[in-house]
Design a protein around this ligand. Structure first.
Ligand code: 5RP
Length: 223
């Protein structure tokens, strides 16, 4: 099975799991990326079974609306029972690297609001130690050099993702060579850097459930 088919299988498994918990008042948090897009496509087929969605990016909001799904502002929503999103890497503790699609800040905010964060991924995303995938960080443009210097002091090699402006008007640095043996600790350290808006480590608030699509079927992992 191709990676695309595995992503679709994980997305459809997520919908199968949450549909019985949804009613006409339910608003779902929806992430960003190719796996999240498969989830949106699956969600569209059941759009009469829930109220609408909160999107973690303008791209996902556009896709949701095009699918006939109402998009709510997060500020107008009291609670989100579920946030469903992909990841660039996950370890067995469901600590993640995210932000390959540059949507990490709104993803982290939406995940923080959700009662349950369900991560959907193909098996290539599971790693023993986070960090093969360069860690994205969102940065205020005028702080780029300062933040880059602090990242170098931590042992990282930041690379400016040229041509990319986030939905919040910021830039992305992709950081290689970080030793991520303590993901929550590194997340706390990175959060202290002035001008760094969000780091792509989702470790202090990891996923609650990972639906990992393997060639043998979709495996559910909880911590
Ligand atoms: C976007 C993300 C995505 O979840 C991550 O990049 C995975 O993307 P894909 O599902 O396309 O592999 O964090 O900012």
């Amino acid at each position: 099975m191709s990676r695309e088919k595995l992503k679709r299988a994980a997305a459809e498994a997520a919908l199968d799991q949450i549909l019985p918990c949804m009613d006409s008042h339910t608003v779902i948090g929806v992430g960003t990326g190719s796996t999240a897009n498969f989830f949106i496509d699956a969600l569209a087929r059941s759009k009469n079974r829930f109220d609408g969605a909160v999107a973690s990016s303008e791209a996902s909001a556009t896709r949701l609306k095009a699918s006939g799904i109402q998009v709510h502002d997060l500020n107008a929503v009291g609670s989100l029972p579920f946030y469903v999103d992909g990841a660039d890497e996950s370890n067995t503790r469901l600590q993640l690297i995210k932000g390959g699609g540059a949507a990490l800040t709104r993803e982290k905010i939406t995940a923080a609001v959700a009662a349950e964060f369900i991560c959907i991924a193909d098996e290539s995303k599971m790693v023993d130690v986070l960090g093969q995938f360069p860690l994205p960080v969102e940065v205020i443009p005028s702080a780029r050099s300062h933040v880059a210097r602090q990242l170098v002091k931590l042992g990282g090699t930041p690379v400016w993702r040229t041509g990319v402006i986030t939905d919040n008007g910021n830039i992305i640095l992709d950081v290689r060579n970080l030793s991520i043996i303590d993901p929550p600790g590194l997340e706390r350290t990175l959060n202290q850097i002035v001008g760094l808006v969000t780091c792509g480590l989702f470790a202090q608030r990891p996923a609650d459930r990972l639906l990992l699509a393997r060639q043998s079927g979709v495996e559910q992992i909880r911590v």
